[in-house]
Structures are given as structure tokens and as C-alpha cells.
Design a protein around this ligand. Structure first.
Ligand code: MG
Length: 380
């Protein structure tokens, strides 16, 4: 179990839940970072009294500095501030809950400082999986996943030797539009897309869950995190979200991890691992559980998942370009500037237009990310 944490992205959905878990477990919060929601940030800062707080937005950082002038909290800003929070002395775990590619450099800084990474930022592994995993191995930094699926796989693989794993069964609910045809989704509104049946999440990830892009990003992440090939991962649609993922071992045995669909559980485990402690969450009630059902993903009507699997096979910067293009397209959709089905069109077109190169260094990766964003901003 870790003693003290930095929460990068503390005002988002995962960040707020991490703060609640820290309060429950008594883990000290030594640093907080946020983009610009400084009212909530101030509440959290006054509650946890961290040594250091970084606000990414420079103007908001100045306001925040004034707001907490009566405390001895040190305030930083910009990417430098996030990096400082990630690499700070006296912190043994960094929860990377920022959304987007901005999480990449702070995560690498935390790895270099040999912190445990409680990984909740998808872009880190989607964009720079090879680089990040190699660096973590070299520095001996632990990466413990927070995403429920990866936490489940991580738990199913605990104590197993190399060579026992046959394949990963990555489960997903299928989102709010499961069973619909692509033509029926033409006029989907942001309100409809963010209303997820099982999970309460931020707007961007909720839209990704509805298009199955989220499952596609998780597919790429799982490859890097567990060192497997695209052919070793099967996506299984399981609408009840009770099984959070499974592994199939070489002898045909399947191990599954089950629990209530609450992100607090994988967050707590990422902080207490390798220990466990009682949580504040409900336990599964098997007498109230409905049937558990399973089906194949519908790649024809939800082409984002197919695109992500193709990009996973192509490797290099392909997943990064797809993810960055998708991020811009989803934000345009949320602002009602782009139709729902055009999210896929934008991501697929960006992969073709920007092209794919080897993701060997950070500069190449960040350039591909920016090229994809520019392409969607200009063409969609
Ligand atoms: Mg997930």
C-alpha cells in the first residue's frame, strides 16, 4: 500500500473519486493538479492540505494562488507544474487522471522518479505504449492500471507465470446504443451519448463508450500493458458490466474478475496493491443479479472499434493519430459542431491523411498527435 499520492487531474471524474478513496484509506494527498476548475480545486486543497498544487491554465493558476494565499500551499502552473507534481519527493504514487495527451510528459517524469503509476490516462499507452512500458521496465517503476478492464486483467494475472496466458477477454457493455444500426445513430445528441447505462464517467469517455472507441483504446492499452499481440485479445460484449474482464489460460481455464461497476474499486486497488482493505462500495448481491449475457461486438455498426483494432495491428503512430483525431472530433460533437457518425469518419480519415510512422521517440509521437488534431480541426 502506498503512503502518499499526487493526483494529476483531481477535478475530473477519476480525480474526484481518487480523492474520496484517499480520504477513506487515509492515504496522504501530497500534490494536486487541475486544468482550470479552481473552485473545486480550492475545496480539495483546503481539505487535503497538499504541499503543492499545479494549475495547468496560467490565468487560472494566478487566481488560484490568490485564493489560497492564506495557506502555505505552494502553487505551480503549466506543464512544468504537472511535471513537478509527478516527480515530487515524498510521493510514492502518481495517479494520472488527466485527460488527453497532456498526461504523457508528467507520466514519463513520474516513471523516471521511480514512482508507482496508477494509470488512468488512456492516451499514455495508446500514444506511447512502447516507449512508456520500456521506460518503466528500465527504471523499475510499477504501472498499476486504474481502468476497470485493465485492473480486472491485472488481478486475474496476479501470481501467474509467463506462458500461462492464452488470451485476454476484454469485456465491454456495448454502450447505450447497443443493437442499433449506424443509420439510426445519425441524429444522436450529446445528451443521449453521455447517458451511459452502467458507469458514471466524464463526457468525453462517455461518448467514446457509446461509439465503442473507448473499447478500441482499451484494446491498444491492454496490448502494451500486458505485452500481448492484437490476436491475443478478444472483445466480448457483456451488457451488465459485472464481469470487468477475463483471462483465458493455456489449459482453457477462464479467470474473471467481478464487482459492482464503480471506478472507486479499481482506484482503491491501484493504491493499496498488493494489499487489499475494506472499501466504501457495495458488494455484489448475487440474488439480485440479473442474467449475465455475452455477445460479439458489432464492428459493422460501431466501426470505431474496428478502426482501433486495425490501428493496433498497424502499430507505430497509428493509434496515436486515431486517438487524437477522435478526441478533437468528440469535442466538436459535444459542442454540436459535428454529427455523431462523423466522429468515426474524422478518426478514419485522419489515419489515412496523416499516415503512420514508427513511434520511436516522444517528438515523433507528439508531432503525429498534433498533425491529427490539426487535420480534424481543418477538415471537419
Ligand atoms: Mg474501461
Amino acid at each position: 500500500m502506498v503512503n502518499s499520492i499526487s493526483i494529476l487531474g483531481c477535478t475530473g471524474s477519476i480525480g474526484r473519486q481518487t480523492a474520496a478513496v484517499a480520504a477513506h484509506t487515509g492515504i496522504r494527498v501530497a500534490a494536486l493538479t487541475a486544468n482550470r476548475k479552481i473552485d473545486l480545486l480550492e475545496q480539495q486543497a483546503r481539505r487535503f492540505r497538499p504541499d503543492f498544487v499545479a494549475v495547468y491554465d496560467e490565468a487560472a493558476a494566478k487566481q488560484f494562488q490568490i485564493a489560497v494565499a492564506d495557506t502555505d500551499i505552494r502553487v505551480g502552473s503549466g506543464l512544468e507544474g504537472l511535471i513537478e507534481a509527478a516527480a515530487m519527493d515524498g510521493v510514492d504514487c502518481v495517479v494520472t487522471a488527466v485527460s488527453g495527451a497532456v498526461g504523457l510528459k508528467p507520466t514519463l517524469a513520474a516513471i523516471d522518479a521511480k514512482k508507482r503509476i496508477a494509470l488512468a490516462n488512456k492516451e499514455t499507452l495508446v500514444c506511447a505504449g512502447e516507449l512508456v512500458m520500456a521506460r518503466a521496465k528500465e527504471k523499475g517503476a510499477e504501472i498499476v492500471p486504474v481502468d476497470s478492464e485493465h485492473s480486472a486483467i491485472f488481478q486475474c494475472l496476479m501470481g501467474r507465470g509467463a506462458g500461462e496466458l492464452h488470451k485476454i477477454l476484454l469485456t465491454g457493455s456495448g454502450g447505450p446504443f447497443r443493437g442499433k444500426k449506424r443509420e439510426e445513430l445519425e441524429d444522436v445528441t450529446p445528451e443521449q451519448a453521455v447517458a451511459h447505462p452502467n458507469w458514471s464517467m466524464g463526457a468525453k469517455i462517455s461518448v467514446d463508450s457509446s461509439t465503442l472507441m473507448n473499447k478500441g483504446l482499451e484494446f491498444v492499452e491492454a496490448m502494451h500493458l500486458f505485452g500481448v499481440k492484437p490476436g491475443d485479445i478478444t472483445v466480448v460484449i457483456h451488457p451488465q458490466s459485472v464481469i470487468h474482464s477475463m483471462v483465458e489460460l493455456v489449459d482453457g481455464t477462464v479467470i474473471a474478475q467481478l464487482g459492482v461497476p464503480d471506478m472507486g474499486l479499481p482506484i482503491q486497488l491501484a493504491l493499496t496493491y498488493p494489499d487489499r482493505m475494506p472499501s466504501m462500495f457495495e458488494h455484489l448481491d448475487f440474488w439480485r443479479l440479473r442474467d449475465l449475457s455475452f455477445s460479439e461486438p458489432d464492428l459493422e455498426n460501431f466501426p470505431c472499434l474496428r478502426l482501433a483494432m486495425d490501428c493496433a495491428r498497424r502499430g507505430g503512430t497509428a493509434p496515436c493519430v486515431m486517438s487524437a483525431a477522435n478526441e478533437v472530433a468528440v469535442h466538436k460533437f459535444l459542442r454540436r459542431e459535428l454529427g455523431y457518425n462523423r466522429i468515426y469518419d474524422a478518426a478514419a480519415a485522419a489515419v489515412e491523411a496523416v499516415g503512420v510512422s514508427a513511434a520511436s521517440d516522444l517528438e515523433t509521437i507528439l508531432a503525429a498527435d498534433e498533425a491529427a488534431r490539426a487535420f480534424v480541426r481543418e477538415n471537419f
